[in-house]
Design a protein around this ligand. Structure first.
Ligand code: AOF
Ligand code: ZN
Length: 359
């Protein structure tokens, strides 16, 4: 199962709204087949492992990181394939929360007399598929907020200088994070200030995430790189119905997708997330700025926080922007707290990961 999990982990970021899954077939103490799901619409892990094993699959044990599917999706059910191939025992890590599967894959195998056990390294498997686990039951994207700030929470100095706050090790990790999400989201002020590419530029050639810009009044400059360099990565703008019609027309004439999210002065972020979910964007990395981060937090739209802190203090009062800017609460016992906190060091920086619990 550890090997199956390693193979699944290798495909993180490649499978879109699908989970990452690994499968290892063992017979007489020897591996006879292995496979991982590498791309939505292509073979599931079990099918690839069975292809490799051929006749040797008969009488083997399958170790699968996710319950074998029981439905006709883009591919036929894996549980049927395991049965046909004569696999006699199946060890599952996590069950599949997809309402189309949810225990029926295991039941199907058991009904054919196959010995099934579930739960081995289930937490490891579920953690890898945290975005899938949310999206498949809610159709809302799993949102990870990443910030890179000084120890006093600043994302720029009082003069606006921000290059660089965190170390090369932290910045490299950001590209890994980008690679693992289907969308990267920022506010239009970040586009105006930094003209970012918002691409994944890690060591591994990546499936590029969609770029999502919260831009209520469609203020994005027509020459911004997120608009002019779109061959590998489409850009989606989130706007209010109030945005000027001529801006909308100019952008649409350039083939830019604009999602209308409410008619208030600011984008209705919940509606925005729902619309992105409908477009099969199941995971988003939110990269600021502070006000957008704060608004997403206040509206309980963040599932996970990755907070990077450089061991620096820059100060700057109201002139220096902070990583998460929101109205806030009166009492400490109203605070949003983080669960399952993990702290790592990235070069000299501290990287804190946690899952917000909303009151
Ligand atoms: C498995 N093995 O390797 C994967 C599974 O549209 P499809 O056919 O790719 O089906 C996607 C669904 O199948 C997905 O939502 C999840 O429930 C399951 N994924 N199942 O047995 C695999 N990737
Ligand atoms: Zn399957």
């Amino acid at each position: 199962m550890k090997l199956a999990l390693q193979m699944a982990a290798g495909a993180l970021g490649q499978t879109g709204i699908n989970p990452v899954v690994g499968c290892v077939l063992v017979k007489d103490g020897r591996i006879v087949g292995m496979g991982a799901h590498l791309k939505r619409g292509h073979g599931h892990a079990e099918v690839l492992a069975l292809q490799m094993a051929g006749e040797e699959a008969r009488g083997s044990t399958a170790y699968v990181t996710l319950e074998p599917c029981s439905h006709f999706g883009k591919t036929p059910p894996c549980s049927d394939r395991l049965i046909e191939a004569g696999v006699t025992r199946v060890v599952v890590a996590a069950t599949d929360p997809n309402p189309l599967v949810a225990g029926t894959g295991i039941a199907k195998l058991q009904a054919q007399g196959i010995e099934v056990s579930a739960g081995l390294l289930a937490d490891e498997s579920s953690a890898m598929n945290e975005a899938f686990n949310k999206y498949i039951v809610t159709r809302m994207p799993f949102v990870t907020m990443k910030t890179a700030s000084t120890l006093d929470g600043r994302i720029a100095s009082k003069t606006g200088d921000s290059k660089w706050i965190t170390s090369p090790a932290s910045r490299a990790y950001v590209h890994t994070l980008r690679h693992r999400h289907q969308g990267i989201m920022v506010g239009v002020d970040t586009v105006i200030a930094d003209d970012p590419m918002l691409s994944a530029r890690g060591d591994v050639p990546a499936v590029q995430p969609v770029r999502i810009i919260a831009d209520s009044q469609l203020r994005v400059p027509l020459g911004a790189r997120v608009l002019t360099e779109q061959d590998r990565q489409p850009t989606i703008l989130l706007a209010s119905a109030q945005a000027p019609a001529e801006r909308r027309a100019a952008l649409e004439a350039r083939g830019i997708t604009i999602l209308t999210c409410g008619d208030g002065p600011q984008v209705d972020l919940t509606l925005a997330m729902r619309q992105l979910g409908e477009r099969e964007i199941g995971s988003i990395l939110l990269e600021g700025g502070g006000k957008l981060n704060g608004a997403m937090l206040e509206q309980c739209l963040l599932d996970k926080l990755v907070l990077m802190f450089a061991p620096k203090l820059i100060g700057g009062g109201h002139a220096a922007p902070v990583n998460i800017n929101f109205e806030g609460f009166a009492k400490m016992d109203e605070a949003i707290t983080l669960d399952r906190v993990k702290v790592e060091q990235l070069g000299p920086d501290i990287c804190l990961t946690g899952y917000p619990i909303y009151p």
